[in-house]
Design a protein around this ligand. Sequence first.
Ligand SMILES: Cc1cn([C@H]2C[C@H](O)[C@@H](COP(=O)(O)OP(=O)(O)OP(=O)(O)O)O2)c(=O)[nH]c1=O
Length: 204
Amino acid sequence: MCVVKRIILGSASPRRRELMEQIGLEFEVVVSHKEEYYESVLPEEIVKELSLMKAENVASELETKDMIVIGADTIVVLDGRILGKPKDEDDAFYMLKNLQGRAHEVYTGVTILNFDGNGARQVCSHAVRTTVYVHDMDEEEIWRYIKSKEPMDKAGAYGIQGRFAAYIDKIEGDYYNVVGLPISYIYQQIKGRDKRGQSLLERV
Ligand SMILES: Cc1cn([C@H]2C[C@H](O)[C@@H](COP(=O)(O)OP(=O)(O)OP(=O)(O)O)O2)c(=O)[nH]c1=O
């Protein structure tokens, strides 16, 4: 019989928490307040770097034995420019005005740190891209959406899972990746078996 490892989600995002709960994983949330920054240039490298930093920041505050630590970061990319969370309502307006009527990319980077019983770790960082097509929005619609407060804590100033569903034409790729976590990728990774036939979830 195997003993299952503790899984730590290193995120303050309620969406990430909900997606982990949705698939029935048992996990704990630990939030680190250490600063994050990146040096990479390409979007997929940026989100991988940030997700690694988030996971490492959380791991540095824990006794990391027989444990899986997950970090994630989501950005919206439009014409090569990165849109993070809006600073204020005018910033949200600027982002939404540019996103409407066309396609953009959403990248989420995920890092899974897998610690064995001796505290030795394996690192797996991966980025997932989804293309999102947004319908035309007039200025009144954009302001109405901003006044709903939904955009303010989200990359690109929108939440596909909320009122913004009204403006989603179509997507190509993983929906959950846009919400903040490519959840089936994570599950398949941690359930996957290594050469000894052992799942990441099992303690040695
Ligand atoms: C594009 C998009 C983003 N988002 C959210 C997911 C993330 O919470 C947020 C992107 O910001 P992040 O910096 O990736 O994450 P966070 O600061 O919210 O949480 P933490 O760093 O503690 O893990 O935007 C949505 O909820 N829906 C969407 O459609």
